[in-house]
Design a protein around this ligand. Structure first.
Ligand SMILES: Cc1cc2nc3c(=O)[nH]c(=O)nc-3n(C[C@H](O)[C@H](O)[C@H](O)COP(=O)(O)OP(=O)(O)OC[C@H]3O[C@@H](n4cnc5c(N)ncnc54)[C@H](O)[C@@H]3O)c2cc1C
Length: 379
């Protein structure tokens, strides 16, 4: 197989990352085809819980070549993110093929790439951009006793709203942004009791302080040394966030930037602080195991909630697709990002596989331009 300029660039995934790359490629006259396994663009955003809003500002979350309408407000609601992605696809006249899942990527014979996809499709492209999402495969730890647990256990991806938990005793496991928000949502939405199991105390930041979005701090901080940011972060945190030690949430002993670089971004407060202070969300120790209908916590206590929601993150899920290409590190993340391809896989690009404190949408918008520039140059 010899690749020709007519061969398209294939983009796998029609979330914000994939759509942004397709639009920036098109703007440079490069034919891009987006392959999406679900039946519409923005599948992840269609499936998120109802009350979700962007915690990054409207202006700093727009993708290349289209502003997010002012009427959507500063903190854009989930449904409006979906609307924006639909409009984005139409405005840039993107070529999106839905209902096509790519199962495996292989090198072509003379450069280029072969994609194996739904229905036995074999597609050849001169370059491939993987945009299948950081939050790809729900991850629930293999706690001892998990599979024989008699209670209800779901991953946060299945959570929509508090309705079905009204009057129930619920344990949320994990205090990342999702766990924190679901716990606050349940507490305000009629659950009888809400507990949140915490393994590592998070950095909690206000979404804004005196009108200044914390995302802007994240952007400024990206260029500063981690030790300085840790120091600044601690100072600002003491001013903006009350001491919750008495409620089981002491201030963390490692700095904000050090944590962020290890992959743990701070929790934006959208109700958790007030709920913890009011006692409507109780902080408990990490989950250690399950035993019959009980949950055993790290401090040895046992509780028997009606339902457990595991806000325990996601895996990238890239192994079946490209685990054989020497392109992933030991955590299953791509070894290259932006305009760079892995050394042994030229022409293979990745977007959306980091979780920066400056906002992922913003970083994907920047990376999309970098990738498109590189691909257009190697025509
Ligand atoms: C709850 C939540 C809130 C967030 N809030 C913000 C925020 O406020 N600001 C911000 O900047 N970021 C936020 N993020 C992070 C990030 O911006 C979003 O996750 C964003 O959707 C990532 O875009 P993406 O295109 O990389 O991945 P996704 O949106 O997950 O899109 C990936 C697409 O690829 C498709 N796909 C996957 N595998 C295949 C395959 N093999 N073949 C074909 N198609 C495939 C999926 O169906 C999906 O449509 C949030 C994330 C979460 C989970």
């Amino acid at each position: 197989m010899v690749t020709t300029p007519q061969e398209p660039v294939y983009v796998i995934g029609a979330g914000p990352g994939g759509l942004a790359v397709a639009a920036t490629l098109r703007a440079r006259g490069v034919r891009a085809v987006v392959l999406e396994r679900s039946d519409a663009v923005g599948a992840s955003w269609r499936g998120h819980y109802d009350r979700l809003r962007l915690h990054t500002t409207r202006r700093l979350s727009a993708l290349p070549g289209l502003r997010i309408p002012r009427s959507y407000g500063r903190w854009v609601a989930r449904a409006d993110v979906v609307r924006y992605l639909e409009t984005y696809t139409e405005t840039h006249e993107l070529d999106v093929v839905t209902g096509v899942e790519v199962h495996r990527i292989d090198p072509g014979e003379d450069g280029g790439w072969v994609l194996h996809a739904t229905g036995g499709r074999r597609l050849t492209g001169r370059a491939v951009v993987v945009a299948t999402g950081f939050n790809h495969t729900p991850r629930v730890p293999s706690w001892p006793g998990r599979d024989t647990y008699a209670g209800e256990l779901v991953h946060a991806r299945e959570y929509r709203n508090p309705e079905r938990y009204a009057g129930k005793d619920v344990l949320v496991v994990g205090i990342g942004n999702t766990g924190a928000e679901i716990a606050a949502d349940l507490a305000g939405g009629g659950a009888a009791r809400v507990r949140i199991a915490v393994r590592t105390v998070p950095h909690i930041v206000r979404r804004t302080t005196a009108g200044w979005a914390s995302q802007r701090n994240g952007i400024l901080m990206r260029r500063l040394p981690a030790r300085l940011v840790d120091l600044l972060g601690t100072g600002m945190n003491r001013l903006a966030v009350p001491d919750l030690s008495a409620h089981g949430l002491p201030r963390p002993d490692t700095g904000l930037a050090t944590r962020a670089r290890a992959g743990a971004i701070p929790v934006q407060d959208v109700g958790l602080i007030d709920a913890v202070k009011a006692g409507t969300v109780e902080v408990v120790a990490a989950v250690e195991s399950f035993d019959g209908d009980e949950v055993v916590l790290a401090d040895g206590s046992r509780i028997a909630p009606d339902a457990v929601i595991a806000a325990t993150g996601y895996r990238r899920g890239l192994e079946p697709l490209l685990g054989h290409l020497d392109a992933l590190d030991e955590r299953g993340r791509p070894v290259a990002s932006g305009a760079r391809s892995p050394r042994h896989a030229p022409g293979l690009y990745f977007i959306g596989f980091s979780n920066p404190i400056s906002g992922m949408l913003r970083e994907m918008a920047l990376d999309a331009e970098r990738i498109a520039r590189r691909i257009a140059r190697t025509r």
